[in-house]
Design a protein around this ligand. Sequence first.
Ligand code: HSE
Length: 435
Amino acid sequence: MKPINVGLLGIGTVGGGTFTVLKRNAEEITRRAGRPIRITAVADKNLELARKVTGGDVRLTDDAFAVVADPEIDIVVELIGGYGVAKELVLKAIENGKHVVTANKALLAVHGNEIFAAAQKKGVMVAFEAAVAGGIPIIKALREGLTANRIEWIAGIINGTTNFILSEMRDKGLPFAEVLKEAQALGYAEADPTFDIEGVDAAHKATIMSAIAFGIPMQFDKAYVEGISKLDAMDITYAEQLGYRIKLLGIARRREQGVELRVHPTLIPAKRLIANVEGAMNAVLVQGDAVGATLYYGKGAGAEPTASAVIADLVDVTRLHTSDPEHRVPHLAFQPDQVRDVPVLPIEDVVTSYYLRMHVEDKPGVLADITRILADSSISIEALLQKEAAEGESHTDIIMLTHQTTERNANAAIASIEALPVVQGKVVKLRMESL
Ligand code: HSE
């Protein structure tokens, strides 16, 4: 049967993996797709690298716009990343009537509404399994496998770099900066790791999941984003003593007044399966009203794991290529006219539990003063840990875990605690989820 022609934009790590896996598993992939999937053109600025990876038996160019304009190409795979030229290329490919497969979470989280509207108008598919959690088929699960459910919440470890750093900090008791260097040496973190460690990459992925889980537009600009760069190894140790692990979670939760969309270091009970996801691995926990909790685990990055997701999309697009656009799975899981403008709640309206660490004078009445403030704010204490003051020290640490309250209420209570003369410095606040 006539092959479907693919134009690959970017032959870096994931592009190379896609090329290799498509070639290695060509026979089985063809049996599944119903026709061969053939990469006919590759665009990359580094033509030498492209030649090396492809062996030269594919048309190579450094002009990606020529590929998206090529009438022979049926599907464009965008693996360039970022929202600059990648956006132009994706929109041009759509305009030219080509289907698009992309791993570009930043592009979809920020410009997805525009891109999906353009694709809808043109009747082409934009597939993006590789954009969230690499090789884990979480988009397929949310969009199709769980389609009977009202999804209540999603909590995911969706950035491998930060999970590796947190695992090492806990295992070896090392400070953040030291482990970051190790992650960079191992090639996990980008040379400029800001998007990873400041939670932006996880927020892109959480934004995409929130849209397909709740039938809302992409609202990345409303997401609350806090990374791990300010996390003190001491808090990982204290959390552990209280039976918790700290993970960078991407959380999307449906509430009556809107949706919570947030990324931040989070204490989770150590006995939860997801708390034991270590190293650079990813995992996503989804709570549906019918199915209950389901957990998806696997590699969130890397050449072949991400290629696995890219090729799954290529097979889907190949199967549906000739189908009536009206009868395809909607891009964002919900029919386009059923996407609702539900607001993302400001962080002050988020309801969660808290870990509070304060450095206090070690003298009678201090604990009473602090607990009185919490009681006056209707914040209930779940657990408390007081460290013995070190020899010759007049101050010590108190750690409290609270029950749920709004962030606004917690912040007001913390401000009152910080104003007590017996409390030294700032109160460290981390959020906590029981999952
Ligand atoms: N940089 C990401 C991570 C992988 O560390 O998980 C690509 O999304």
